[in-house]
Design a protein around this ligand. Structure first.
Ligand SMILES: C[S@@+](CC[C@H](N)C(=O)[O-])C[C@H]1O[C@@H](n2cnc3c(N)ncnc32)[C@H](O)[C@@H]1O
Length: 708
């Protein structure tokens, strides 16, 4: 049904799937048509058991950068305001509501993922029990039984429900998953190319209690913040309490995926009418949980399984459960990258993947650009495992126990270098309110209404800037917690990071622990104000030249120190790039300051930008950050050397390669598409908007927050 002139992926028999050609789309369709929904397709990958990780995907042949490995449609998907993806509870509720209309294929996937959760929970419980038994044995009967609590129990921070009764083994799960994929193509044909099953699907509409829990949940209406605006202010209704449990809660915790912002360039292209020929597949009925129509008709509701994406190119946030994606494992040097367009999720090879190699993606976003201890801590708390990818092992080998030579010193220097600047930023962003007044308004505003929340957050930040440390420790701790809640779940570390950056310690960690992660739309404004303030002060052209020069020199010093350490260890070029990735934020800030400062020569700025692009490519090829960094380097190279210079041509090629890794090889074959996409990306990357600000914020978070 969706076959088109230029096939992007062809699913072939790889031992476990049928020899069926599944041409899913042209890249043009994918990137520019609001109405387009691909078919589900698994490219050259097959499921396997991966030692130490459970199930995973391996390449079934050699794969080139940009090749499509997976096109997945969600079991449920929801959109939110930029930066604030819908929380897990909403996704759980969306799955409950969509169950009656799920196809057998989708139901079997959900059941399979639930069984994987159960197996994982059982394995964790068994491991914890074995550890406890070993300790008991060692300490003898006198000490009494060791309680399975805290860190000694199941490692996962969000423990999975421990199943009652037998759980399937990994081999059984693998066999079932392979069988499911085998049946997928046939089922899709029967269902008309992957669109929502109409009418009755086989099987009961009653929610299976094991999956969904026993208590019925009131029907819930989902309203994305964007749609609230478009539809004139209707608000979300229904219970806000979480469901009565069931394995689906674990499934969402373990397998869902969210993005704080959809790819802005794609969002922009989707808004442009390219005059594509009529007759493109229209998914207006919603396809497998994803409806991509703008709800400009005032209907801001749906039945919970689908979601409506608000228009505009600011890049909405998205959260969903894409079943085949769930079995992709993590690496801190992933070889594949994700792209969500509308409700569909595409996985492409970011670099060459050899036959038999495991295909991996990153579970971390900005956190990928930090050192091994920070990455492991993040993965432990979000997914409950210790990463042993090649990058982690390399860092562990060379820099055991977080002693990356120079990194701690670099962080300390960076904190010291910017403490004053961050103080200024906070003061500038908040109007330097007095500490006493701040305390009062913080106290008055605790309940979270939009205006009150804003004044509390702002006042608190002002107090952080203005009062002494002694005063802070007396009066601000409670307020930090309050403001943290007000900041919303998306930026749980923002205020803490600002405070830490300003005062150089992790003292506020306990008070700011995000155990009250509530979604507070009203606080986006506070966060944005602070971000803007930080950026404005750090890179203000009006900043005294001497201050700029000092800051730049310090940051350059940090980089030089890291480089010296790499040289000392005789790391290979790729190892050097991976180590530099741990201080990428410093590199990026140096680039930005260099851009504004009269102190850095254009050649030096270009060199920094090229190094940044190389670092991002080494770590996360095909990512949004990769394309942005490559585009920035290419723009600078053109400015410095002219469009025809060899350096500019090299940077241009690197940028084209980044685009292809992210958006697909169709950019090379479909007329005008590479030019159109790179033009859009260039505008976005070199503009002075949010991208630049969030770049600095990420840096502040990384450096300031590096006190784990
Ligand atoms: C989204 S699932 C991936 C599929 C998983 N392997 C399975 O069999 O269900 C995430 C889980 O896979 C495992 N995992 C993923 N990446 C890993 C890695 N780099 N090292 C160790 N375990 C990993 C962890 O148990 C993690 O909680």
């Amino acid at each position: 049904m969706y076959a088109s002139a230029s096939a992007d992926v062809t699913a072939r028999s790889r031992g476990n799937r049928p020899e069926a050609s599944v041409d899913i789309c042209t890249t043009t369709q994918m990137l520019t048509s609001q109405a387009f929904t691909p078919r589900r397709a698994v490219g050259p990958m097959q499921l396997d058991l991966i030692p130490g990780k459970g199930l995973g995907w391996r390449a079934s042949r050699d794969v080139l950068p940009g090749e499509l490995l997976l096109a997945s449609l969600p079991l449920a998907v929801l959109y939110g305001a930029p930066g604030e993806p819908p929380p897990n509870e909403e996704l759980v509720a969306a799955l409950r509501q969509r169950w009656p209309r799920m196809t057998p294929y989708e139901r079997r996937w959900l059941q399979l993922l639930a069984d994987c959760c159960a197996a994982s929970a059982a394995a964790s419980a068994a491991a914890a029990a074995a550890a406890a038994a070993a300790v008991n044995q060692a300490v003898g009967a006198r000490a009494g039984p060791v309680q399975q609590t805290g860190a000694g129990a199941a490692a996962a921070v969000a423990p999975l429900s421990v199943p009652v009764g037998p759980v399937p083994s990994s081999r059984e799960l693998l066999a079932r998953a392979r069988e499911l994929l085998l049946a997928a193509a046939e089922e899709q044909d029967e269902e008309g190319g992957g669109s929502e099953a109409q009418g009755n699907v086989s099987g009961s509409d009653i929610l299976p209690p094991a999956l969904f829990g026993s208590a019925p949940e009131p029907k819930r209406t989902f309203t994305s913040p964007l749609l609230t605006t478009a539809a004139g202010g209707s608000s979300s209704s229904g219970s806000s309490s979480s469901s009565s449990g069931g394995l689906v809660v674990d499934v969402v915790a373990r397998y869902s995926y969210c993005e704080a912002r959809e790819d802005a360039a794609v969002a922009e292209l989707l808004d442009v009418d390219l005059g594509l020929e009529d007759g493109l597949p229209n998914s207006s009925s919603g396809a497998n949980g994803s409806s991509r129509n703008d709800a400009d008709d005032g209907s801001s509701t749906n039945d919970g399984g689908g979601s409506s994406r608000g228009g505009g190119s600011e890049g909405v946030s998205v959260a969903g459960l894409w079943p085949e994606l769930g079995l992709l494992n993590h690496s801190c040097v992933p070889n594949a990258a994700l792209l969500v367009v509308g409700g569909a999720l595409y996985v492409r090879a970011g670099r060459v993947v050899l036959e038999g190699e495991e295909v991996t993606v990153s579970y971390l976003s900005a956190g990928l650009f930090s050192d091994v201890s920070a990455r492991r801590a993040a993965l432990r708390s979000s997914h409950g495992f210790v990463c042993c990818c090649p990058r982690c092992l390399m860092e562990q080998e060379h820099f055991p126990s977080r002693r990356l030579p120079g990194l701690e010193a670099a962080r300390a220097a960076a904190r010291a270098a910017t403490a004053a600047a961050v103080r200024e930023a906070i003061a500038a962003a908040t109007g330097a309110r007095a500490a006493a007044g701040a305390g009062e308004s913080a106290g008055a505003a605790g309940e979270g209404a939009a205006g009150e929340g804003k004044s509390t957050g702002v006042a608190l930040a002002a107090s952080a800037a203005a009062v002494s440390e002694a005063e802070l420790s007396e009066c601000a701790l409670a307020d930090v917690a309050k403001a943290e809640a007000l900041m919303g779940h998306r930026n749980p570390g923002l205020l803490q990071a600002l405070l830490d950056a300003a005062f150089g310690s992790g003292r506020f960690a306990a008070a700011a622990a995000p155990d009250h992660l509530l979604l507070r739309d009203s606080c986006t404004a506070v966060a944005a104000e602070l971000e803007a303030g930080v950026h404005a002060v750090l890179t203000a052209a009006s900043r005294p030249a001497q201050q700029q020069a000092e800051l730049l020199a310090r940051l350059e010093g940090i980089l030089a120190q890291v480089e010296r350490n790499c040289a000392h260890l005789e790391l290979p070029p790729r190892g050097r790039l991976l180590v530099l990735a741990a201080v990428l934020g410093v590199l990026r800030l140096t680039c930005e300051l260099g851009e504004l400062s009269t102190q850095a020569t254009p050649e030096r700025r270009l060199q920094l930008l090229v190094t940044t692009a190389e670092v991002v490519e080494a770590v996360a090829p095909g990512s949004d950050a990769h394309v942005t960094a490559a585009v920035k380097a290419a723009s600078m190279a053109r400015r410095v050397h002219g469009a025809e210079g060899a350096a500019a041509r090299r940077a241009e090629l690197a940028a084209a390669a980044a685009h292809i890794a992210r958006y697909g090889r169709g950019l090379l074959t479909e007329p005008g598409l590479l030019r159109r996409m790179s033009g859009t990306r260039r505008r976005l990357a070199t503009g002075s908007g949010l991208a630049a600000r969030t770049g600095v914020l990420a840096w502040v978070l990384q450096v300031g927050g590096g006190t784990e």
